[in-house]
Design a protein around this ligand. Structure first.
Ligand code: AMP
Ligand code: ZN
Length: 472
């Protein structure tokens, strides 16, 4: 499989450290509010990546954190602590908020067929790991204490900006934007590993540490949780593109300083879901959730298809019109599948040819829109229906669009056309009588059928019949 690696800025052949187990890490949600459909775009594409790897023969272990504490990059961060803001808004404790929105996140994921990772670790459950990591970073001279907080000293690194082609100056402006400078920092990009004296004095959750009562910085959680579950290396680290800097940049800085060697080989970044007004964002307050889509009558599978129709490295613009088009595409796809019949044995050769197109699409930097084209190709293929159904079932292990279930449900909802040779023969005789302008005979047959409880319906495709409802 070829994947674009943000670290090297090019597509590379994916080679895991151990082909028997791909170690995949995903930055989890900050659970102070519902996930919006932009966040879920990232999780859908990461889910497809995991399933594609499995489909292509790599066993995968996936780890995800839940950010239920902090989410502060530095003491200069704007505004309130997000978890605390959520708790105040809803008159609940921070832990109640975290539990409520963690459950809501996984409920949304289930609706979108996003698999739950093997390991889901709330940030609050690894405090001991962060403290130990911070202690070692200080011992290695990468961490320093200033104004009561522990900071990471980015000037000690040979290279800090690992992902971006931008100049250091451009990025530094990005860091300063909207935030006041934190006077404790030695260098503008230094970030907090552990807070004890924060301007957010009313932080609800605090733990004892060698530096006093406090709480962890945001970045340390992903490094420590990754290292806890995978040891000193991992194959793929995923997240939305907004996390590349500073979050992932800082994760790499502290993990590699701590380990003394390279940490993660491939970085997979999903680009944003935008509205016409710009990036969909949780902190802006107004955003679309899966529940809202459902309330408006949208099937979550149509949203999944909407995401799969475009490449993960392109910004995707959300509009109701675009979503409506995805609904139409989904319904058309399902109705075509519903028309397929189990008509015998699968043609192994035809199946292999269809499958190889699908695999090629996945192998080409997870080209899901091409994978959807491969699905349409199945419907057009010159082979029997059983082979088509087998290919669709196979592709849907990765696409997870509930295609066969939806087709089955559609068939069940359609009125069954009954077959009765005697009635069919009478109907044919009536049609022949009408053709011969023998109206008396045609009427007689109609009356005879009526007496048997059969109603004739004349349609553009010829005469059909149905049983009349028996009055109670
Ligand atoms: P958060 O809950 O804010 O930590 O974000 C969860 C995930 O969603 C992260 O991987 C973000 O990078 C990603 N994300 C945030 N906004 C968007 C967006 N508009 N489109 C796609 N992914 C996003
Ligand atoms: Zn993270």
């Amino acid at each position: 499989m070829y994947l674009y690696n943000s670290l090297t800025h090019k597509k590379e052949l994916f080679v895991p450290n151990d082909p028997a187990l791909v170690k995949m890490y995903t930055c989890g949600p900050t659970v102070y509010h519902f996930a919006h459909i932009g966040n879920l775009r990232s999780y859908i594409m990461e889910d497809v990546l995991e399933k594609a790897l499995r489909y292509l023969g790599y066993p995968v272990k996936r780890v995800m954190n839940i950010t239920d504490v902090g989410h502060l990059a530095s003491d200069a961060d704007e505004g309130d602590d997000k978890m605390l803001k959520g708790a105040k808004r809803e008159n609940k404790s921070v832990m109640e908020i975290a539990k409520y929105y963690t459950d809501a996140f996984f409920a949304d994921c289930a609706k979108l067929n996003i698999k739950t990772p093997e390991v889901v670790e709330p940030a609050t459950s690894c405090i001991g790991e962060y403290i130990s990591m911070v202690e070692q970073l200080i011992a290695k001279d990468f961490g320093y204490l200033a104004g009561g907080n522990v900071y990471f000293d980015t000037s000690k690194l040979a290279q800090y900006y690992v992902f971006n082609d931008h100049s250091e100056e451009d990025l530094a402006i990005g860091v300063r934007e909207g935030v006041e400078e934190d006077a404790n920092k030695r260098n503008k990009n230094d970030f907090v590993l552990w807070f004890t004296k924060s301007k957010f004095e009313d932080q609800a959750l605090k733990w004892d540490s060698p530096w006093g009562l406090g709480y962890p910085g945001w970045h340390i959680e992903c490094s420590a949780i990754g290292i806890k579950h995978f040891g000193g290396d991992m194959d793929i680290h995923c997240g939305g593109i907004d996390n590349a800097f500073p979050h992932h940049t800082n994760e790499i800085a502290q993990s590699e300083a701590f380990l003394g060697h390279k940490w993660c080989n491939y970085w997979f970044h999903v680009h944003h879901l935008n509205t016409q007004g710009g990036k969909m964002s949780k902190s802006k307050g107004e955003f679309l959730t899966v529940s809202l889509l459902e309330q408006k009558g949208y099937n979550p599978m149509a949203y999944r298809l909407f995401c799969l129709q475009s490449h993960y490295r392109r910004n995707l613009v959300f509009s109701w019109e675009n979503l409506d088009n995805a609904v139409l595409a989904y319904e058309k796809l399902v109705s075509k599948i519903a028309a397929l019949q189990e008509d015998g044995a699968v043609d192994a050769q035809a199946f292999a040819a269809l499958k190889s197109r699908f695999e090629n699409a996945l192998n080409a930097d997870l080209n899901t829109s091409l994978a959807i084209t491969a699905l349409y190709d199945v419907l057009k293929a010159k082979t029997n229906d059983a082979s088509k159904l087998a290919a669709i079932a196979d592709f849907d292990k990765v696409l997870c669009l509930n295609l066969l279930q939806a087709a089955k449900a559609l068939r069940a909802a359609q009125p069954q056309e009954e077959v009765d040779p005697e009635i069919d023969a009478l109907l044919a005789a009536r049609t022949a009588a009408k053709g011969a302008k023998n109206w008396a005979e045609a009427d007689r047959i109609r009356d005879e059928l009526k007496a048997r409880g059969i109603e004739i319906i004349d349609t553009a495709q010829g005469a059909k019949w149905k049983r009349m409802k028996v009055e109670e």
